[in-house]
Design a protein around this ligand. Structure first.
Ligand SMILES: Nc1nc2c(ncn2[C@@H]2O[C@H](COP(=O)(O)OP(=O)(O)O)[C@@H](O)[C@H]2O)c(=O)[nH]1
Ligand SMILES: [Mg+2]
Length: 317
């Protein structure tokens, strides 16, 4: 068992390393420039370091915390090379994230007394909701759980088709209606179907146009209310999906969504192929809601449970 676990985690780590390559390269080259020709940590180096973190999408508040920690730790005017500075950064950021009260990385735990367990997925259009649902369904299925998908993004026909493609790929049932039908009605049908099939997990896809509009939030509230007619305490999880490649924009969306609707966990997607991976560090530090998953590719296996330490380790290698 131990051996398999190690093989699996090293595969996982490789995908993560590869996914974060762009963020890393960009960060490292900025960091190297910041300390090039410097022989000690002076105000100038700290200012530049601050700039490097902010431009790597870590966010201003988290950056200030990191700089404070480094100031406390490193004696002023001490000589430090890029490697050493990087090592200190890694330790301080890992330390900072370990103090957030969102706990250790875990999968969604499906409690035995919540059957079916209802997971509602929300987020702005294009962030990766449907893809993340497909990947999650695959993971649940691999654990031997019966999954039912609900196509409550009825805004575009393509959105329904896309969830159907994932349902076929993963080989799980899907409940859908025509484009333009009431999302709450689809959610209702899905929960009824899930109950009658004795499903373990139900995942509801939702539309995500215009997160800053009151009607989207009203629609989500209505979807929830209607689901509760079938399962009183549904949804058990509301997963907000954020597109990591949009950097600070993802941060803004997290702020707006969590203010407007109850979100219980976060997923940050598209960390592969972007230099903005630092945003996960800021989000993880600033929100009380745990980042549960990260998307590191378009493939079915490219969704990882977010582990703060692994992430920092990959980012600052
Ligand atoms: N590279 C990459 N692409 C992703 C990831 N997650 C989703 N995508 C792509 O992002 C696009 C939008 O995803 P989709 O699931 O349709 O977003 P939705 O509108 O929120 O449902 C699709 O082309 C996906 O393949 C990821 O982790 N990495
Ligand atoms: Mg979609």
């Amino acid at each position: 068992m131990g051996l398999f676990k190690n093989i699996f985690s090293s595969e996982k780590k490789k995908t993560l390393d590869k996914g974060l390559e762009k963020s890393k390269t960009s960060f490292f080259s900025k960091l190297s420039k910041a300390v090039a020709g410097k022989s000690k940590v002076d105000d100038d180096v700290l200012d530049t370091l601050e700039e490097v973190l902010v431009t790597s999408d870590v966010g201003v508040k988290t950056t200030i915390k990191i700089i404070d920690r480094i100031e406390d730790r490193v004696a002023r005017d001490k000589y430090l090379g890029t490697e050493e500075l990087n090592q200190i950064l890694r330790e301080e950021i890992a330390g900072l994230l370990s103090e957030t009260n969102t706990g250790e990385a875990t999968d969604f735990e499906i409690p035995k007394d919540k059957k079916p367990y209802v997971l509602m997925v929300v987020g702005v259009n294009g962030v990766g909701k449907t893809t993340t649902i497909g990947k999650l369904a695959h993971q649940f299925k691999n654990k031997g759980l019966n999954v039912v998908l609900g196509a409550a993004d009825t805004f575009r026909a393509a959105a329904i088709d896309q969830l159907q493609v994932w349902a076929d790929r993963v080989d799980v049932p899907i409940v859908k209606q025509d484009m333009g039908s009431d999302p709450a009605s689809v959610a209702f049908d899905t929960l009824q179907s899930g109950v009658s099939q004795n499903a373990d997990v139900i995942i509801i896809d939702t539309a995500g146009r215009l997160h800053n509009k009151v009607n989207l939030m009203n629609e989500l509230t209505k979807v929830k209310r209607v689901m509760q007619k079938v399962i009183g305490d549904a949804p058990h999880e509301v997963l907000l999906v954020l597109d990591g490649s949009t950097g600070q924009n993802a941060f803004e969306q997290a702020k707006q969504f969590t203010a407007a609707t109850e979100v219980t966990s976060l997923a940050v997607t598209k960390l592969d192929g972007t230099a903005k991976g630092g945003v996960v560090i800021g989000i993880s530090d600033q929100f009380q809601i745990p980042v549960k998953y990260i998307g590191v590719g378009e493939g079915i296996e490219d969704l990882q449970v977010f582990n703060k330490y692994e992430f920092v380790d990959s980012f600052f290698k």
